[in-house]
Design a protein around this ligand. Structure first.
Ligand SMILES: C[S@@+](CC[C@H](N)C(=O)[O-])C[C@H]1O[C@@H](n2cnc3c(N)ncnc32)[C@H](O)[C@@H]1O
Length: 188
């Protein structure tokens, strides 16, 4: 996939351009009948709502009760496709082979990486996007390096997946983005 071009979408509910592009290029072709997705630290629900509108069943998790309440209100009539969960993801357990698609946007907790792969069904997709250390010179985003990806770190963290798309964005921001598919199921 070509590095994502900025899309002219506005407002707090505008999905990230990575998800919009990945939907056309990977999600819809691989899952024409939709499926089950997990939106990790889903905030206001912008990605959960985008997918619910496309016919997906979504579990949205976030620690912020008020955020979840906002997400539910934002979802309107699509709320019945979304399972809203107030959860502290420092204790994440996504189960085994539970999801066709897992989204992680702007939330970094390295300890959960193996759990994310475990929670994907065989053939499932992980879409991950976050800030890199390169973000520092633009302002905005976290300043603590523990919450920033190093060079190639996101890529190297999910080498067990088939990498369908990887990019590190450096113009006007520092971001890393990955679309990976679980084609090899780890033994055990
Ligand atoms: C930068 S926002 C990203 C929201 C969403 N993924 C998006 O891109 O619109 C980070 C989110 O992580 C959530 N969060 C922070 N720490 C968390 C934790 N320990 N467990 C679950 N969610 C957490 C926050 O409440 C917030 O909604």
């Amino acid at each position: 996939m070509e590095p994502a071009l900025p899309r002219r979408t506005h407002g707090k509910l505008a999905p990230d351009s990575l998800l919009i592009d990945a939907f056309d290029r990977y999600i819809e072709p691989l899952f024409p009948n939709a499926g089950v997705t997990l939106d990790i630290a889903g905030g206001t629900g912008r990605h959960a709502i985008f997918l619910a509108k496309k016919g997906w069943n979504v579990r949205l998790t976030d620690i912020a009760e008020a955020g979840i309440a906002n997400a539910r209100a934002n979802a309107g009539s699509f709320a019945n496709r979304i399972d809203f969960r107030v959860e502290d993801l420092t204790r994440f357990d996504g189960g085994r082979e539970s999801y066709d698609l897992i989204l992680v946007f702007f939330f970094l907790r390295r300890e959960m990486f193996p759990e994310l792969v475990k929670a994907l069904k065989p053939g499932g997709l992980l879409i991950y996007k976050g800030y890199t250390r390169g973000q520092a010179k633009f302002g905005g985003g976290p300043t603590n390096p523990d919450y920033l990806f190093g060079e190639n770190e996101l890529l190297d963290s999910f080498r067990g997946l088939q990498v369908l798309h990887y990019a590190e964005l450096i113009r006007d921001c520092g971001r890393a983005e990955l679309v990976g598919r679980k084609v090899h199921v780890p033994a055990g």
